[in-house]
Design a protein around this ligand. Structure first.
Ligand code: ZN
Length: 246
């Protein structure tokens, strides 16, 4: 898997601009994650190229609260971390809000991998009153809903898109590489609960195969998304998304 590819998806639905996951962020100190430490990327320039200014984002969805999915929740303003998207509501899965609290970090597998994340990327948006937590499931609008997919983290979730005949699943970190389609039992080294991660992955594949849904994980390079079909008792990739990475 290529963790250097970290996707952030822009979805326009019912007149609103929705951002699914916010990458690793700039200027953040990640002592155990050097590839995401003190980054200086043109994320906001890329977002502008997609036609979106930070003030225009209405909703931010963090599929889970790992460092590489919440980074652009905030940006530095002088010495302070401030919400990057000041007019947005930030949707966060409640189990992760509790699990990744700094006091609980020593009891997690990922542990210091998530060091500083709460302080620089979660607390500032909570303090600004922009966070709404959800549990169980959550309907975003007529086209989009959040569903729990625990394992990678306790609050890991996927976003289902259903619009006309189109179906898609924004799969977050349910998989990190295409090899996990024909070999769905393979876990990444980052799962908090290995068995639950396998179960959530298999359930998502079954949905995607049975509904012709495009699967959009967070860390696939190249085309970045695919469709799958059943093959015997398992699954295989039936096609790649037509869009290319910029
Ligand atoms: Zn990730």
């Amino acid at each position: 898997p290529s963790l250097r590819t970290t996707q952030s998806w822009v979805v326009r639905s019912e007149g609103r601009v929705i951002l699914i996951d916010t990458g690793a962020g700039n200027g953040k100190y990640r002592p155990l994650q050097p590839i995401w430490s003190y980054l200086n990327t043109d994320y906001l320039g890329n977002l502008a190229a997609a036609g979106v200014e930070p003030e225009e984002v209405d909703l931010v969805v963090n599929t889970h609260l790992h460092d590489d999915h919440v980074g652009w929740n905030t940006r530095l303003d002088g010495r302070d971390w401030v919400p990057t998207f000041p007019n947005a509501t930030y949707l966060m899965p409640r189990p992760d809000v509790e699990y990744w609290h700094p006091e609980n970090l020593p009891r997690t597998r990922f542990g210091r991998g998530n060091q500083n994340v709460y302080e620089d990327s979660i607390d500032p948006v909570i303090d600004a009153g922009l966070v709404r937590t959800w549990d169980g499931s959550h309907v975003i609008d007529a086209n989009l809903r959040l569903a729990p997919a625990p394992g990678h983290t306790p609050g890991s979730s996927v976003v289902h898109l259903e619009s006309g005949g189109d179906r898609a699943v924004f799969a977050g970190d349910l998989l990190h590489g295409a090899i996990q389609v024909p070999e769905p039992h393979l876990n990444s080294c980052f799962e908090e609960d290995e068995d639950a991660a396998r179960a959530s992955r298999a359930r998502m594949y079954a949905y995607a195969a049975d509904h012709n849904a495009l699967v959009l994980p967070a860390h696939l390079p190249g085309h970045g998304a695919f469709e799958i079909r059943r093959r015997g008792a398992g699954f295989e990739i039936s096609g790649w998304a037509p869009f290319s990475r910029t």
